[in-house]
Design a protein around this ligand. Structure first.
Ligand code: AMP
Length: 441
């Protein structure tokens, strides 16, 4: 099937083609015709499948005919995190560039005054995180009576983050004569109940993930003492061909310390976590996408859904508390069919969490031995990876560098700014339920 066969508005089609997309992904091919028929839709799909465009494209067409009234948005997309909301907003910008639709992004941590101004101008597409939306509603800055299309994106993540009561409240404020679309990577009972309560005779569509980390991500485990982690990471950064990497930590307070350590070693590293002001979070993520920063030292705020192309590595500097987070974290690499490598550092206190991860992925890790004393960065892992035998990249690059220097890909000028402190949502240790993601089955 081609995009031309979907009956999209020529202006939308032009924008899609300019992105370089000729054929719809499976979720797009299934969901777009149903949404065009104004059906309610439950989409079982993960990020990476093209699900965002599956609702943004028909929404742009549906909304192109009308005009929004002051403070009365015509459509609403609810997303669990600011980064995911921003990604949805980007989709509307990309595909809606030949339409004159007004869009507003309402997320915490950004100026409420600016958001209120946008709402006053009339908004066709409102993209929001639940907390900020309710905040503005309670202040009388927004009316939800004119919403014709409601999208609940990443519903299972909303559940993990405790947003379901907020979602229920928001949906109860929207007139029942609307089209409702709900997307979720898994379908725990609570989400099933939500679909029964809020969707009217929905059509169900589901797809497996486009790329399977099980096939495209090689996974490695190193057992170490907590104090050895920094040196271990440094060693692996030299040893592996690290172009860029997500480095996941469990505690926010450790993020700044590790970023500084890496900056001192000459790496372009920066932290990303929920205590940072939103403008800094957005800037850091953009710098990572633009390759200005090559090592993103982050909390699980970055584990789900973020789509950064061509990330070569993921380091689980800490074993995640939730096995689901492991799967989400390693899914930041090996995307869109490219290869990725995921390393995890486990201490003896992590046994319980390791058991849960191995149970979830239905594989046993064989720890790799890394000799921290050898300085050439050339020793090969002695064990096998969890998925495939390890083909070490140890011949990659370190020989070109002096002892303390990072491999060429990851080394850039260290960023200057340190994140400011700001009290905000706690993004650590999320979980989305007990279901095994389809791509690992
Ligand atoms: P999503 O699942 O919405 O997060 O999208 C994942 C990635 O797929 C994004 O980088 C999209 O730009 C990309 N994408 C969306 N639609 C298509 C398509 N039809 N063909 C190829 N890539 C696509």
């Amino acid at each position: 099937m081609k995009f031309d066969d979907l009956g999209l508005d020529p202006k939308t089609l032009k924008a899609v083609k300019e992105k370089g997309y000729d054929s719809p992904t499976p979720i797009q091919a299934k969901a777009i015709p149903l949404i065009q028929m104004t059906r309610d839709v439950v989409g079982l799909a993960q990020t990476g499948t093209g699900k965002t465009a599956s609702f943004t494209l028909p929404m742009i067409d549906a909304l192109s005919g009308g005009r929004a009234k002051m403070r009365m948005p015509r459509s609403l997309v609810l997303a669990p995190t600011r980064e995911l909301a921003a990604q949805v907003a980007e989709n509307f910008d990309d595909y809606g560039k030949y339409h004159k639709l007004n869009k507003a992004l309402l997320v915490g941590g950004e100026s409420m005054l600016e958001q209120k101004k946008l709402l006053e101008q009339g908004v066709d597409v409102l993209i929001a995180t639940p907390g900020r939306l309710l905040d503005l509603f309670e202040r009388g800055s927004i009316l939800l009576n004119d919403i014709k299309i409601l999208v609940i994106d990443e519903a299972d993540r909303m559940l993990d983050m405790g947003f379901i009561p907020d979602i229920e409240k928001i949906v109860s404020l929207i007139p029942p004569m609307r089209q409702t679309l709900l997307f979720s990577a898994t379908m725990p009972n609570e989400i099933k109940k939500l679909t029964e309560k809020f969707l009217s005779n929905p059509k169900h569509v589901s797809v497996a993930a486009a790329a399977s980390p099980a096939e495209t991500v090689e996974q490695f485990l190193v057992e170490c003492a907590p104090k050895a982690k920094m040196d271990l990471l440094h060693k692996l950064l030299k040893q592996e061909k690290v172009k860029n990497a997500f480095i996941f930590l469990n505690r926010k307070k450790d993020i700044d310390a590790l970023s500084k350590f890496l900056n001192n070693k000459g790496y372009a590293a920066a932290g990303l976590h929920g205590d940072m002001v939103q403008s800094k979070r957005t800037e850091t993520l953009q710098n990572f996408k633009d390759d200005e920063i090559t090592l993103l030292v982050c909390s699980d705020v970055a584990a789900r859904g973020l789509d950064v192309k061509g990330v070569s590595h993921v380091f689980n500097y800490d074993v995640p508390f939730s096995a689901d987070d492991y799967v989400h974290r390693i899914g930041r690499t090996g995307r869109a069919g490219s290869k990725g490598r995921a390393w995890m550092f486990a201490t003896k206190n992590d046994e319980k969490f390791m058991d849960a991860i191995q149970k979830l992925i239905k594989r046993q890790f064989e720890p790799v031995e890394i000799n921290l004393k050898s300085s050439d960065g050339r020793q090969k892992p002695s064990g096998k990876s969890a998925t495939k035998p390890s083909k070490s990249h140890s011949d990659a690059s370190p020989a070109k560098h002096k002892k303390d220097a990072p491999s060429q890909g990851a080394q850039k000028n260290a960023p200057k700014n340190n994140p400011k402190k700001h009290h905000d949502d706690d993004d650590m240790g999320d979980s989305f339920g007990d279901d095994i993601p389809a791509f690992l089955r």
